[in-house]
Design a protein around this ligand. Structure first.
Ligand code: R5P
Length: 304
């Protein structure tokens, strides 16, 4: 295997977990990216490692895409300069996918621009449960191979192990498909609510009559928690119907402002995957990434 794992700063723990999962396999190498901020605000990027002939797999979860993007590109270009055979990206959280249309005349469609920028710099991208709403598939906006990994199995198993008599609840129509998958793994019933977003912090949720589920524990499950208002509004509606405090589960722990504290107060617990490092992380995605890396390297291919 000629793979080299290269974490951008802040992604070292994920790479260590992936490296531990790969350890039984053929040898692989790891490299380092060092960054330095100059007084004028520019960034110096320096790579350590032997990149010659290797399939370099960069790791960068894009929770703060604006400051992360330029150093990521500088590092990817440098890896190629130093002889990498391919340079692919594992972005457990892939940013900008929610800006997928002109909501207001004059809006840029950032999802398309960002996908084009990544496509120009990497040979392949791997991510976990991307937010797809008006775009049906990432292949519609990327021009490079994209691998999508799914955390539904992790959530299903977690719920089975930790919640007795769960009722899974997706807060909006976009969540329907994967709440169904999680419910199948958990062997639990599920319902999907109807969300209307009026602003960044203004969400209303319509909930059907849930009287028949009063003896169940509600488990709200969403792909992203940002301001937390989606799950807060849903939790309030469930309480108004007399249901127990819900669990709040999500894939990507963005947690703007005091969203985590508010959700903790409104729920029985908040649990997320570690696509973005956060105190709420309870489900590890490294095994999903390890399986994808094993599958691609066993075929002698760069990660696709
Ligand atoms: C959007 O449709 C997503 O699936 C999430 O529901 C949304 O991003 C959550 O955002 P917030 O926590 O700000 O309500």
């Amino acid at each position: 295997m000629s793979m080299l794992l290269l974490p951008m700063p802040g992604n070292e723990a994920m790479v260590a977990a992936v490296a531990a999962g790969l350890a039984a396999d053929a040898p692989f190498a790891t490299g380092r990216v060092l960054t330095h901020r100059f007084p004028d605000g520019e960034t110096n990027v320096r790579l350590e490692g032997d990149f010659r002939g290797r399939d370099v797999v960069m790791f960068c979860t894009l929770a703060q895409p604006d400051p992360q993007f330029l150093p990521l590109v500088f590092a990817a270009d440098a890896a190629r300069d130093f002889g990498a055979r391919s340079v692919s990206l594992v972005a457990p959280y892939l940013a900008y996918l929610r800006q997928d249309k002109r909501f207001i005349a004059g809006d840029a469609i950032a999802s398309q621009s960002f996908a084009a920028l990544l496509s120009a710099r990497f040979d392949a991208v791997t991510t976990i449960d991307p937010h797809l709403h008006r775009i049906a598939r990432l292949a519609d906006i990327f021009t490079i191979p994209v691998t999508v990994l799914h955390s539904a199995g992790l959530f299903g198993s977690w719920i089975k192990a930790h919640v007795a008599r769960p009722l899974l609840i997706g807060p909006d129509s976009e969540s329907a498909q994967w709440v169904t998958e999680v419910a199948a793994v958990a062997g639990a019933p599920h319902v999907v609510l109807n969300k209307q977003r009026h602003g960044e912090r203004d969400v209303s949720i319509a909930v059907p009559d849930l009287a028949r589920w009063h003896d169940h524990v509600p488990v709200l499950i969403d792909d992203i928690i940002a301001t937390g208002h989606t799950l807060l509004a849903a939790a309030a509606q469930l309480r108004a119907q007399g249901l127990a405090k819900p669990w709040c589960l999500a894939v990507h722990a963005l947690f703007a402002e005091d969203a985590h504290a508010k959700l903790l107060a409104a729920s029985d617990g908040v649990k997320t995957t570690d696509t973005i490092a956060h105190a709420s992380n309870a489900l590890a995605v490294a095994p999903l990434i390890v399986a994808a890396l094993r599958a691609s390297s066993s075929m002698g291919k760069p990660l696709t």
